[in-house]
Write a protein of this length. Structure first.
Length: 371
């Protein structure tokens, strides 16, 4: 009798999974695997992609059994863990391309910031609900709401990882806006950011970060070196035209003109091979993904879960804007992946964790029996 009741409950939870969200995710990872192969012509990358998709799928479907609400009870350990893993990365992490962002975990390396950004969204959501039940309606309240993230964001900047820091700040603003916070103080913050951008550029940014901005503003300044990436990316996307050159026919990646075609510049490969139409289809999937997350949030009773969804939607939107904008030369190169598309274990797994968290929030919404 008990087993039958548990089986019925399990079937009910599986039935609550958002099928449209799953369809979008697996369309994106199928496209990812196809173009990772096109960009590299190597089954090694394809096998790794498929492995990460398999592990991500296990994580995703574990969400059926895991009630996200239990994290409210362990928020202090989550906060401490976030700080400790970033401190460990700061002192003992692996240095690549001048940044200490990775740690060894035996068989592979992971980028902790990809997972900490999910934890920070949960921390902010918990903080919003606990301290600002009457809303965030003043500049002072916004500053107080932002405070818990300052140590984490500071450690990210020390790696240095400006891209993830900006993504988390953007996600924070999305959480504020979608939570119906007063818009006027948010506009004041944007003005302050603009005013502070000059001293930040002069005294905070590293030399290579300054160079990225300078090359972004004037790619011809260093066309044979720092400006090469963006120039080749724009050539790649432009040469695709309306319908593209055809799958596996992209000359920019095949002839090694396009740097890191399987990771940072995978959208350039897509633009060259399937053109404007194919690129538009891929972008449509991302905006449909974000719309679906927002739509789910409208049906969530629990404030904590709903605000988490706001933060996750902000992360996906920020990655699309930064990565695609980077390949088009309209934002500076920051090395941020296109989630669920760019090759990379940490970003793939963190993306599946976010999708699993979304499903957990939807499944356990209003399920008082499992509290």
């Amino acid at each position: 009798m008990v087993n039958k009741r548990n089986l019925t409950k399990l079937k009910s939870k599986i039935g609550r999974l958002d099928k449209r969200l799953l369809l979008i995710v697996y369309l994106l990872v199928f496209i990812s695997t196809s173009f990772v192969y096109s960009a590299t012509r190597s089954m090694y990358y394809v096998k790794n992609n498929l492995l990460w998709i398999a592990v991500g799928t296990i994580i995703l479907f574990m969400s059926v059994f895991i009630d996200y609400r239990f994290t409210k009870k362990i928020m202090k350990p989550i906060y401490v863990f976030s700080l400790l893993i970033l401190i460990y990365t700061r002192f003992f992490g692996v240095v690549k391309l001048g940044a200490r962002r990775w740690i060894n975990i035996g068989i592979t390396q992971i980028q902790p910031s990809e997972f900490v950004k999910i934890l920070l969204i949960m921390i902010y959501s918990f903080w919003f609900v606990k301290k600002f039940s009457n809303g965030i309606n003043s500049f002072k309240a916004i500053v107080l709401a932002f405070i818990p993230g300052i140590p984490i964001l500071g450690l990210l900047l020390l790696q240095p990882d400006l891209g993830t820091t900006l993504i988390l700040c953007f996600s924070f603003l999305c959480m504020l806006y979608l939570s119906n916070a007063n818009i006027k103080p948010i506009l004041v913050i944007f003005m302050m950011v603009g005013i502070l951008s000059i001293p930040t550029y002069m005294f905070v940014l590293k030399d290579y970060q300054k160079t990225r901005i300078e090359v972004f503003l004037n790619p011809e300044k260093d066309l044979k070196n720092k400006g090469w990436h963006v120039a080749q990316s724009k050539i790649s996307i432009g040469s695709g035209g309306i319908t593209g050159k055809g799958y596996l026919e992209g000359s920019q990646s095949r002839l090694k003109f396009l740097p890191e075609p399987q990771t940072d510049f995978i959208f350039s490969v897509i633009g060259e091979e399937v053109g404007f139409i194919g690129s538009t289809f891929v972008l449509s999937l991302y905006f449909l993904l974000i719309y679906t997350i927002i739509n789910i949030s409208r049906k969530i009773i629990d404030d904590y879960g709903r605000i988490i969804l706001y933060g996750i939607s902000g992360v996906f939107l920020a990655h699309v804007i930064i990565n695609v904008g980077m390949t088009l030369g309209i934002v500076p190169v920051t090395g941020k992946p296109l989630l669920l598309m760019s090759y990379g274990g940490s970003s793939f797994l963190s993306s599946f964790i976010m999708i699993g968290l979304i499903q957990s929030i939807k499944i356990h919404n209003g399920d008082d029996d499992d509290k």
